[in-house]
Ligand binder design. Structure first.
Ligand code: ATP
Length: 268
């Protein structure tokens, strides 16, 4: 592997939507086998980042490297074939296709690997028995599982998960996240966007906070104080990209569920 061990690297990525600069010089390195979480408030640029990595937004500048090779100019389906596969926000299944047909669509640009439709039915025990049901007839959680299955059958190297928990009951979200260890055990690397910060902190080896398109904080959850995360999330601790705050945070604020004394890794 090249690139100093990073399987996926984003260098100095800037993305515009028309006049709006949605991402400004964002860089990150995702190591093979880790879960890396992007957090941030609404409109922070999280989905734009994932979609730019997947090839759905053309960056203004910057690069995206997979195993050291620049994929920033590849079309989305070529990125899938290279191993970068996204579960989009809102699932985006084909509602008039069956469960199995949706999974077959995911296999269109599949790489060789451990995942196939039978294995998806093993991962989600309910799914095989309902393979002929239309996607539109499934609950939100079931649709999310099919969307994950559709991505997995492409045998990704890096799985991009955009707001898995959106619109789902916490118990359903928990059940879906319970599949993560099995995905990692199959050799996957996961880059996820999560609106539920507590959930991100539970599952991720490192988190990366965006605010108005800029990196405000990144590091392992255990090395970040709750106050630093809250400051980075809301922009309470000085200009984006600056040193995050440290200390403790009142309970009940958005980025709850963390507190550790070690100093965070400052944004680049
Ligand atoms: P959310 O949690 O609300 O999805 P986000 O952090 O994922 O937010 P993005 O969806 O990446 O943020 O949006 C970043 C900024 O870019 C926002 O100001 C948003 O309104 C804008 N934006 C996103 N997509 C488009 C688009 N296709 N055209 C124009 N502006 C866009």
């Amino acid at each position: 592997m090249t690139g100093g061990g990073a399987l996926l690297e984003v260098r100095d990525l800037t993305v515009h939507h028309g006049q709006l600069q949605a991402l400004s010089g964002v860089s990150l390195r995702v190591e093979a086998g880790e879960v890396y979480a992007i957090i941030g408030a609404n409109g922070a640029g999280k989905s734009t980042l994932l979609r730019a990595i997947a090839g759905l937004h053309r960056p203004t500048s910057g690069s995206v490297l997979l195993d050291g090779a620049d994929i920033a100019r590849l079309r989305p389906e070529k990125r899938v074939a290279a191993g970068v596969v996204m579960v989009p926000e809102g699932r985006r299944l084909f509602p008039t296709l069956t469960v199995e047909e949706n999974l077959q669509v995911g296999a269109s640009y599949a790489r060789p690997g451990p995942w196939n439709i039978g294995r998806i039915y093993e991962l989600f025990g309910w799914m095989g028995g309902r393979r002929r049901q239309l996607a539109a007839q499934l609950s939100g959680g079931e649709q999310q599982s099919v969307a994950i299955g559709r991505a997995l059958v492409a045998n990704p190297r890096v799985l991009l998960l955009d707001e898995l928990s959106l619109g789902l009951a916490p118990v359903v979200v928990r059940r879906i996240y319970e599949t993560l260890p099995e995905l990692l055990a199959s050799g996957l690397t996961v880059l996820l966007v999560e609106q539920d910060v507590s959930q991100a902190l539970r599952v991720a080896g490192r988190i990366h906070c965006l605010l108005e398109g800029r990196t405000t904080l990144q590091g392992p959850p255990g090395g970040l104080t709750a106050e630093a995360i809250e400051g980075a999330y809301f922009g309470l601790s000085g200009p984006p990209g600056g040193e995050p705050a440290s200390g403790t945070v009142p309970s009940g604020t958005v980025p709850s569920g963390t507190a550790a004394p070690a100093a965070p890794e400052a944004a680049p």
